[in-house]
Design a protein around this ligand. Structure first.
Ligand code: PNW
Length: 448
């Protein structure tokens, strides 16, 4: 036993991080367009105005995907390319771009996976209150309808949201991401609930409109890794805990309503009156069955059980391997993250992102050598394989990222790609890790 025969091997990107063409062909502004133009918000003072210029170079990029042997490609749609004002009239040129991209992918036999929302909210909707405005579920439903009607004849795999933990947590709790404000818990609860309401509406539309559709919801997870067999239940409990102060970044706050139709008891009792009124109809839509859970896992934390059975974090030892962005290398996070999720929710799991940032450069021989990334991917994939062998239902793995791109508040200072991008010339070079990944895909991971 190993990875299943139909295991999906892919790579992922997101619209704002690669497309550029931020104000071309009728595209409206997004909260990230506005945020990056404010001085001091982005580490290297950069923006996504041009990014990887993928909007104009998608054909070359799809050809590179083919060269890597990818079976699938996960990308997101920029909502303000489709609806410049978030609602109102549709921008046909935006539809055309994604139609062309989808056709190009299919011509190479690469299966498209669409993320509906990877953080670039139309700025016009932010001005109406963004996720705090209860009407946003209607707007999202309308947007999903247009996406489903235009692309659903060829695209069967959809992810409604990418990492609500991060776009609410970094964007509206910490303020380090767009829109860049710090809201209190009562507002945050309302925003989160509206994200889930929007998810529910999108699921309904997709089921009605797209034959044979497969729908997922993607979480950002930093799994707790038990130090020994005796620490497993403490790790599991900690990983799914949810209460005051941590609900935005938690797992169960988002996934329990979808899987079980109710928020975790602890969160309801903690906030009482501050919890937004939850409508029965909404809960029904939120908990409509989905087909898979997407997990973005880059790192994890080691824990042991304390005398009360609670997870206690054990910091990594001094000198423990870390990626350039500063995240601990914890390959076991892929094993425990997928296992804990599968045990709890009994749904197929896709790793929708995993990868490492490094400060890659072009060597004298003109190539990009990244043995550290190969080692990282190798170690993580071995853990994923072990999880599949131990019984978790793992449907696929998307490497983050297809190419170096705009890393949000870190700008272009971090490189996550298996394809190197020279931002001065927009030249692309497949890194050593890209060729390595190709070899793994060819053998369905048997050679790991
Ligand atoms: C994800 N964290 O974000 C996003 O989905 C990608 O757009 C992003 O480029 C990628 O991971 C790499 O950062 C994350 O703090 C942001 O643990 C922050 C965290 C994790 C994921």
């Amino acid at each position: 036993m190993s990875f299943r025969k139909d295991f999906v091997w892919g790579a992922a990107t997101a619209s704002y991080q690669i497309e550029g063409a931020y104000n071309e062909d009728g595209k409206g502004s997004s909260i990230w367009d506005e945020f990056t133009h404010i001085d001091g918000k982005i580490l290297d003072k950069s923006t996504g105005d041009v990014a990887c210029d993928h909007y104009h170079r998608y054909k070359e990029d799809v050809r590179l995907m083919h060269e890597l042997g990818l079976k699938a490609y996960r990308f997101s749609i920029a909502w303000p390319r489709i609806f410049p004002d978030g609602i109102g009239s549709v921008n046909q040129k935006g539809i055309d771009f994604y139609n062309n991209l989808i056709d190009e992918l299919l011509s190479y036999g690469i299966e498209p996976y669409i993320t509906l929302y990877h953080w670039d909210l139309p700025y016009a909707l932010y001005l109406k209150g963004g996720w705090l405005n209860d009407d946003i579920a209607d707007y999202f439903e309308r947007y999903t309808t247009v996406v489903a009607e235009n692309f659903g004849d060829r695209v069967k795999n959809f992810i409604t949201f990418n990492e609500p933990q991060v776009f609410i947590g970094c964007g509206c709790l910490e303020g380090s991401h767009a829109p860049g404000f710090q809201y209190g818990d009562k507002d945050l609860l309302r925003m989160c609930h509206n994200v889930l309401r929007a998810h529910g509406r999108a699921v309904r539309v997709l089921r009605q409109t797209v034959p044979d559709v497969k729908i997922g919801f993607t979480s950002a997870a930093s799994p707790l890794v038990p130090l020994t067999e005796n620490d497993v239940e403490a790790a599991r409990g900690g990983f799914f805990s949810c209460g005051r102060g941590n609900f935005v970044f938690s797992q169960s706050f988002w996934h329990d309503p979808i899987a079980f139709g109710k928020y975790p008891e602890a969160i309801l009792s903690t906030y009482g009156e501050d919890f937004p009124a939850v409508d029965e109809e909404d809960m029904k839509l939120i908990s409509a069955p989905i087909d898979f859970i997407g997990l973005n896992i880059y790192t994890g934390a080691f824990v042991k059980a304390d005398e009360n059975g609670y997870a206690q974090r054990i910091p990594c030892y001094r000198g423990h391997p870390r990626t350039a962005i500063g995240w601990d290398v914890v390959p076991q996070s892929l094993y425990w993250g997928t296992k804990f999720f599968y045990d709890r929710y009994k749904l197929t799991i896709f790793i929708t992102e995993n990868g490492m940032s490094a400060h890659d450069c072009i060597s004298l021989d003109g190539k990009v050598h990244d043995p550290n990334r190969i080692d990282y991917l190798n170690r993580y994939l071995l853990e994923l394989k072990k999880s599949a062998e131990d019984g978790a239902d793992i449907g696929g793995y998307f490497q983050w990222s297809l190419m170096d791109n705009f890393e949000w508040a870190k700008g272009y200072s971090e490189r996550f790609g298996v394809i190197y991008v020279d931002y001065e010339t927009q030249n692309r070079i497949i890194k050593d890790s890209g060729y390595w990944f190709k070899g793994i895909i060819e053998q369905n991971g048997e050679n790991l």
